[in-house]
Write a protein that binds this ligand. Structure first.
Ligand code: UDP
Length: 387
């Protein structure tokens, strides 16, 4: 690497991982990391709620999981990870079930007492055998679980989350979730799973804590800034980089209604609590994530933050009720929709991006892909590896 000064736009996992790995691999270089926000860690940002002391996943819940040994080794250098297994619940038609769909879900839903093989055979009778290769989310569901489970657990949720018919979405979105014929209700299959004890922002701050890295928060990137650097790594939205001049890529964004329960009954800030005044430990829903797939419920899920840190004890609690909507000009982009018109637009931007010397596009927003934390970190490690 002949470059000496590198600019990284974005202090999320992509930018922070790239920054750290670059200075460790090439000790002569200096990296400046910009972020328009007032904090690092992007949408993984965590901070303590000043009232309850609960660690908040400010932009929604994040559970770290990976099957890559190098990624797991890397993140463990910058945080103490506590074991955490996500066991999502879902309330459909007035009854709570476990997700991902597992033997317990199947037996409870169909009022059966199947063994694993019986459940496998039973679900096979539900599956639509006319679908050879699923072309979209709905076909993937009908092919693997059949209509009853699809309508109860996935169709309504997906329409609310993505704002479109599941037939327009790729099958890959559903493939993120396991389907199990045993009682394992772990949301993920990965061998390494956990949450950093002090939250993700503390971890990203540790990643960026190197004398060769200069972090500038509250700083908006403009393209002219790149002229002062040998190379730019851009981790923001690719369409924003080009001032949206070919059009906007579509994202879904999420927003929340927040309920807070605090220790004494007189200070109780939530209408959902009717407890005795001496009850000091509030538990609003008893679990970290409760999904609501029914189409007539306006929100998608409820998140109770303290259940993401079971090693802590808090007298209060914070609950987010999550709603989904199409991203407008100043909204935070979350989920890239990747409908066919988006992909056409993306191709145009990618062609222009590939013609720019010394500018690299890295991460979820810059590549417009539905990526998890471990994938973003893995991509940044791989990027530095080939430099
Ligand atoms: N999904 C669903 N019902 C659920 C949970 C998920 O229909 O109760 C669908 C939804 O379309 C979602 C996809 O499965 O986008 C992947 O779910 P995942 O939990 O991976 O989404 P994320 O955690 O990224 O929001």
């Amino acid at each position: 690497m002949t470059h000496k000064n590198i600019l990284i736009v974005g202090a999320g996992f992509s930018g922070a991982t790239a920054a750290r790995c670059l200075v460790e691999k090439f000790p002569h270089i200096r990296v400046t990391v910009l972020d328009k926000r007032s904090h690092t860690a992007g949408n993984c940002h965590t901070s303590r709620d000043p009232v309850t002391g609960v660690m908040l996943h400010v932009y929604g819940p994040h559970v770290f999981h990976t099957d890559r040994q190098d990624v797991w080794n890397f993140v463990n250098r910058f945080a103490v990870f506590r074991p955490f297994i996500l066991r999502t619940k879902t309330t459909t038609r007035g009854e709570a079930f476990g997700l991902p769909i597992n033997l317990h879900t199947i037996n409870q839903f169909f009022r059966k007492n199947f063994t694993p093989q019986e459940a496998r055979d039973f679900i096979a009778t539900k599956a639509d055998k006319s679908i050879i290769e699923a072309q979209n989310f709905e076909e993937q569901a009908l092919k693997f679980i059949g209509p009853e489970l699809y309508y109860a657990f996935f169709r309504g949720y997906t329409m609310k989350q993505w704002g479109c018919d599941p037939k327009m979405l790729p099958a890959s979105i559903l493939k993120r979730l396991p389907l199990r014929f045993d009682y394992n209700d772990n949301y993920f299959n990965d061998p390494y799973q956990g949450i950093p004890e002090q939250g993700y922002t503390a971890m990203v701050e540790n990643l960026l804590d190197d004398s060769r890295i200069c972090v500038k928060l509250n700083t908006e990137y403009v393209r002219d800034m790149s002229a002062a650097y040998d190379m730019t790594i851009y981790t923001g939205e690719i369409d924003r980089f080009f001032a949206y001049d070919e059009g906007r890529l579509r994202y879904r964004t999420v927003f929340w209604k927040t309920e807070k329960a605090i220790a004494s009954q007189t200070e109780c800030k939530t209408s959902t609590i009717t407890t005795s005044p001496d009850l000091k430990v509030y538990d609003l829903q008893g679990t970290a994530v409760m999904n609501f797939p029914d189409p007539d419920v306006p929100f998608t899920r409820k998140i109770e933050h303290k259940h993401f840190a079971p090693w802590e004890t808090h007298a209060g609690s914070v609950l987010y009720t999550e709603f989904s909507k199409e991203t407008e000009a100043d909204d935070t982009p979350y989920y890239p929709k990747r409908l066919s018109s988006d992909l056409l637009l993306l191709t145009k931007y990618q062609k222009r991006a590939s013609e720019l010397p010394n500018i690299h596009f890295l991460g979820r927003l810059a590549t417009y892909r539905y990526m998890d934390m471990h994938q973003v970190i893995g991509e940044a490690l791989d990027f530095v590896h080939v430099q």
